[in-house]
Design a protein around this ligand. Structure first.
Ligand code: NAD
Length: 504
């Protein structure tokens, strides 16, 4: 098997983000002010926002401290009684108004996302639609937060279970989906009747603060939704220690998730964690190779690989292994690397340099251990945050890439022989967020859907997320669920009430 490397090259596009940002009609999206207690906070020190593709400073945002966080918690507490008492249909109307404003400003929000996060503009547009969808969906789901009536085991009594808002909520969100990870958490909390304080990732504050502008315009009362940017540890400390914060939702690394879980233990908060994955992608020899390659490319390279659902270990049955690798290599040769604001770009920069470094370390490790490397594009001229789409074939379980999440555009393809063997290999990992199975056998699909240890499984598809599905993982991939009615329940308490002495 021979790999033919092509080397199209694009130059580092200096100033492109600034040019796009100048076109924004909503200049307030660039003010860099935090939303605390219904006011725009922009005093004191500022954080720089950097275009990861070029390293250029594109904006500044106000750096909040623990003092502003204390103000935000007090404000959320004040806002809670009225928000909780509002009819669900009225809370839903505010969420729908917010979603509608997001869609009205979809192009401007997309430009903000691509400028600070790096993903191709077409993917940023998809993220805005996906993100607004959570607000619409939770608006309706809040109206359906039915309780239960239990057939009584006690004479003359009525047994009810009610769903009530848990109290103040906090969200710590990541940089890979800087808009959708806010609406997936805030949509659920607000629909449930809980005020929420959002601390976005320092790399992607502009889109988070623009969302706050639109929420204010949609009519959320002061304190119901607040967004504060600053040092993650300084801002999370009050959120963890304050007993008034009853629910904490986090998306990010397992390492930070563990720290937050420990921190929340003191005040016994309800914690939901979405901690990334290491998804196995299983391709059996009864399937059409072209279809499986298409799925694997989508599951690996969306969001430039910076996706917790990304296929990290692509297992291919030996009889079709060689054909799969050839077709996969041909497909990645067609992926263009560049600035996300250039229309031809499929793969943008890694938002954080550390992610690019981790990709390179995994490639080096795999090369030393005997993997064959195919990478048709040259990344160096584009800058340190870029990683060219790379195929590591003949990968083995000993390699770093088979043991830990990559979070970048590097694909490991490993051969397997039997179903039993590949199930054991897929499950021999502490992560369990997503999995993928490609097979034309219904019996096999049913067996695997039972046996793969993960929270979400795609059978013959690489696309399965959206507001109605319970997003979350098994094992060290997290706790709790987002989206779906289960996502709403993360922000609610059950109350069992027994009405006695009802016999006539
Ligand atoms: P991270 O966990 O450090 O960052 C996620 C969020 O946590 C950000 O808002 C960050 O500011 C905050 N944070 C960081 N340290 C904190 C602390 N001590 N206390 C409170 N908040 C803190 O993730 P990262 O370092 O930016 O990325 C590293 C890896 O995490 C990635 O390579 C990937 O594997 C994983 N990750 C997963 C997801 C996901 O969608 N599940 C998203 C981002 C990162």
């Amino acid at each position: 098997m021979t790999f033919q490397a092509t080397a199209p090259q694009s130059v580092r596009p200096a100033g492109i983000a600034t040019r796009f940002l100048k076109t924004l009609r909503r200049r307030d999206f660039l003010a860099g002010a935090a939303l605390v207690d219904g006011r725009w906070f922009s005093k004191g020190e500022r954080e720089h926002v950097i275009d990861p593709a070029t390293g250029e400073r594109i904006a500044d945002v106000a750096r909040c401290s623990a003092t502003e966080m204390e103000l935000a918690i007090a404000s959320a507490e004040r806002s809670f009684p009225a928000w909780r008492e509002l009819l669900p249909v009225r809370r839903g109307a505010a969420l729908r108004a917010w979603a509608s404003l997001m869609l009205d400003h979809a192009e401007e929000l997309s430009i903000l996302v691509t400028s600070e996060q790096g993903k191709p503009l077409a993917e940023a547009r998809q993220e805005i639609a996906y993100a607004a969808g959570f607000l619409d969906w939770f608006a309706a789901e809040g109206e359906r937060s039915y309780g239960e009536t239990i057939p009584s085991h006690k004479a003359g009594s009525l047994l009810q279970v009610r769903m009530q808002p848990i109290g103040l909520a906090a969200a710590i969100t990541p940089w890979n989906f800087p808009v959708a990870m806010i609406t997936r958490k805030a949509g659920a909390a607000l629909a449930a009747g809980c005020p929420i304080i959002v601390k976005p990732a320092p790399e992607t504050p502009l889109s988070a603060l623009a969302l706050a502008r639109l929420a204010e315009q949609a009519g959320f009362p002061p304190g119901v939704l607040q967004v504060l940017v600053g040092n993650p540890m300084e801002l999370s400390r009050p959120l963890l220690s304050d007993t008034r914060i009853r629910a904490l939702s986090f998306t990010g690394s397992t390492e930070v998730g563990r720290l937050l879980l420990k921190g929340a233990a003191e005040s016994v908060k309800k914690v939901s964690l979405e901690l990334g994955g290491h998804a196995p992608f299983l391709v059996f020899d009864d399937v059409d190779v072209g279809k499986a390659v298409k799925g694997a490319i989508a599951a690996k390279f969306a969001t430039s690989g910076q996706d917790c659902l990304a296929a990290n270990r692509i297992y291919v049955q030996r009889s079709i292994y060689s054909a799969f690798v050839d077709e996969f290599a041909a497909a990645i040769a067609g992926l263009n690397v560049g600035h996300g604001l250039e229309p031809s770009t499929d793969i943008g920069p890694m938002t954080k340099l550390s992610v690019a470094q981790k990709c390179r370390a995994q490639i080096d490790d795999a090369t030393q251990r005997g993997a064959r490397v195919f990478s048709p594009k040259q990344e160096a001229a584009l800058g340190p945050h870029f990683v060219a789409p790379t195929l590591l074939s003949d990968a083995t379980e000993e390699m770093l890439i088979a043991r830990e999440e990559t979070f970048g555009p590097v694909a490991a393809v490993l051969p397997f022989d039997s179903e039993e063997e590949v199930i054991a290999r897929a499950n021999a990992n502490e992560m369990g967020l997503a999995g993928y199975v490609y097979t034309d056998s219904l019996r096999r699909a049913l067996r695997l859907s039972e046996q793969i240890e993960c929270g979400m499984l795609g059978v013959n598809t690489a696309s399965f997320t959206g507001p109605p599905i319970p997003f979350g993982g098994w094992k060290q991939s997290g706790l709790g669920r987002e989206g779906s009615r289960h996502g709403l329940a993360e922000y609610m308490e059950l109350k069992y009430v027994c009405f006695g002495d009802l016999a006539v």
